[in-house]
Design a protein around this ligand. Structure first.
Ligand code: IPE
Ligand code: IPE
Ligand code: MG
Length: 261
């Protein structure tokens, strides 16, 4: 796996730029359905259609990485019938959508603990990842049976196995290559639909300096216009990473002078 050289906490993206990496907690499917007297599963079906639309919208806007929380390690606590339907929807997506994504130049990845998934599903995931591995338009990462704490722990365990000598002095740079999102820059913009303002154990490590955007809009009602609102909000923010505004202005002037502007 290629390790992404950029960490948002180390390099400062330009203010006003399109976020290179957007991470989304797609929440509110159940409430969307229930408010229409529909079964919760109908909300999930509609939510899956929205994934397709938002993927294309992100690609059109020049976003390079889209990471979606589809199923958390805590979602197994839901009624078995709802869990089964979510698995089925994921399988249908793998069967029907991956070839379309490949044709559109999209790289497809899944992160999470796959040990609880059926063998046939794990094979489909690996085949899809392999098929699309060289695509460069946009990387879509689906977090399935994913938990941020699990991610940090699995990285620690692998590091301990591969480099036991560094464990007592372990640094961020040692751990980073073993985290699930090691080959992507950290998310610039985090969106959570559905009104809740929490992380629900999503990318805990990677969201350390991300800009957060919360909207009441339920995921099945989210669209390109809502995405633009989130991007606009992001573009107005000054990302300081601990520095002062004056320092950022000086750095911008120096950067312009360095390229003769
Ligand atoms: C998000 O919608 C989808 C998953 C967690 C799989 P929810 O199903 O959590 O919808 P609400 O929050 O109950 O409305
Ligand atoms: C979080 O949604 C995970 C996904 C969207 C897949 P939940 O709706 O399950 O989150 P909590 O448990 O209410 O925080
Ligand atoms: Mg929810």
């Amino acid at each position: 796996m290629n390790i992404h050289p950029k960490s948002a906490t180390l390099s400062i993206p330009e203010t006003g730029a399109i976020p290179e990496h957007i991470a989304i907690i797609m929440d509110g499917n159940g409430r969307w359905a229930q408010s229409r007297y529909l079964p919760r599963v109908e909300g999930h079906r509609r939510g899956a259609e929205v994934v397709r639309k938002i993927l294309i919208a992100c690609k059109d806007r020049g976003v390079k990485h889209l990471t979606l929380f589809a199923f958390s390690s805590e979602n197994w606590r839901r009624p078995p019938s709802e869990v089964a339907l979510l698995m089925k929807l994921f399988k249908v997506m793998l069967e029907r959508e991956v070839s379309k994504m490949h044709a559109a130049g999209i790289r497809f990845r899944v992160i999470g603990d796959l040990s609880r998934f059926e063998e046939s599903m794990v094979k489909m995931i690996h085949d899809s990842e392999q098929l699309t591995a060289e695509n460069t338009e946009l990387t879509l990462t689906i977090a399935a049976n994913y938990g941020g704490r699990w991610d940090i722990l699995q990285a620690m365990r692998t590091l301990a196995l591969e480099r036991p000598e560094c464990m007592t002095q372990v640094q961020e740079e040692d751990l980073r290559p073993y985290l699930c999102m090691a080959d992507a820059p950290e998310p610039d913009l985090f969106i959570r639909t559905g009104g809740e303002q929490r992380l629900s154990n999503f990318l805990l490590w990677q969201l350390a300096y991300t800009e957060y955007y919360f909207t009441e809009t339920l995921w099945p009602a989210f669209d390109g216009e809502e995405l633009d609102k989130a991007i606009e909000s992001y573009q107005k923010r000054e990302r300081r990473f601990g520095r002062t505004s004056d320092q950022l202005r000086e750095a911008a002037i120096e950067a312009r002078e360095a390229i003769g502007l």
